[in-house]
Design a protein around this ligand. Sequence first.
Ligand code: KIV
Ligand code: ZN
Length: 393
Amino acid sequence: MSQDVTRIVVFDTTLRDGEQAPGFSMDVAAKLQMARALDALGVDIIEAGFPIASPADSEGTRQVAAAVTRPVIAALARCRPQDIEEAGRALEPAKRRRIHTFLATSDLHLERKLRITREACLDAIVSAVRLARQYTDDVEFSAEDATRSDRDFLCRVVEAAIREGATTINLPDTVGYTVPDEIREFFSEIRRRVPNADKAIFSTHCHDDLGLAVANSIAACEGGVRQIECTINGIGERAGNASLEEIVMALRVRPDRFPFDTGIVSEHLFEASQLLSRLTDEPVQSNKAIVGRNAFAHEAGIHQDGMLKDARTYEIMRPKDVGQSAEQLILGRHSGRHAVARRAEQLGLALTPDEIAEVYHAVITMGEHRKSIGDNDLRRMVERVRTGHTTPA
Ligand code: KIV
Ligand code: ZN
């Protein structure tokens, strides 16, 4: 990494924020399998669960903490003694552990949800961070709904949490409300105004309600954030969290704009995405950036022709860099002759110009009725053309 590239810590919350979303729950065995994949991917921190939420959550956290030793293992806890004690217990086997304690700081949450005053909120945070520090030196405090919180109050909260020993301060955009310019200024302002801000790492945790979670996370780095919280496939509450794979590849593909990088082994991204999809029985959207089935697929003839001449015409990253297979030229109604000929050649069927014309015609005709055409379809078409059968296969 060159000197002017700043390393961003990747805090993966697939097993906590992601897992708590409808349809994405995982049993202990599934969590363990996913945690091993996250380890291989190179994430810095795995948030393994919210131990007070259920015995299964606590057991899942404990087993991940025992089995996965390279990354820091984090457990979530509200600013309540029982939560922090349970998180501390579940993290006992971990080689490196973090307690992640949180409390909402916006007036809306304080008045309408928690029904407590700002002063009571501040007291609870101070006590929670102090207690968490008795279990580990690595304590993260999150101010839930931070981006909609009063700035003066938020500065007091952050200063107090750092004073009590929080080493990471996470300011979540809990409801996916902010926009890139705003969150960049937000972090710059908080870091400027909090006198002990240099004693902690600032972290961003963006939800995707407006589809801006990835853009907001990167803008937050421009505002001084050094940890991003994200999930595989962007799973998480409601519209999800910022997608890990999109952040990682945006930073890799555009270093000219973003002087940041992560320790992620991008070649494992597709594998991790597929594993999560299998474990949760939830498909990945086919046009999902980076890991979707169509992310590197080309069907339009003009695109296929460009791809065959120079892949850079229609691809800004190589499929193999994210673990996807190369040159996915889909045969269908929109395909071009070049792609048909290339696919046949790859199947060991070198075609003459006349055969190409006939097979191409057969492909287009079949494509009228079918979404895509497989290798066996193509083999049959070639055979029919060669044996003089003119009707489409
Ligand atoms: O979205 C959120 O605010 C959270 C916190 C618990 C970190 O998930
Ligand atoms: Zn969240």
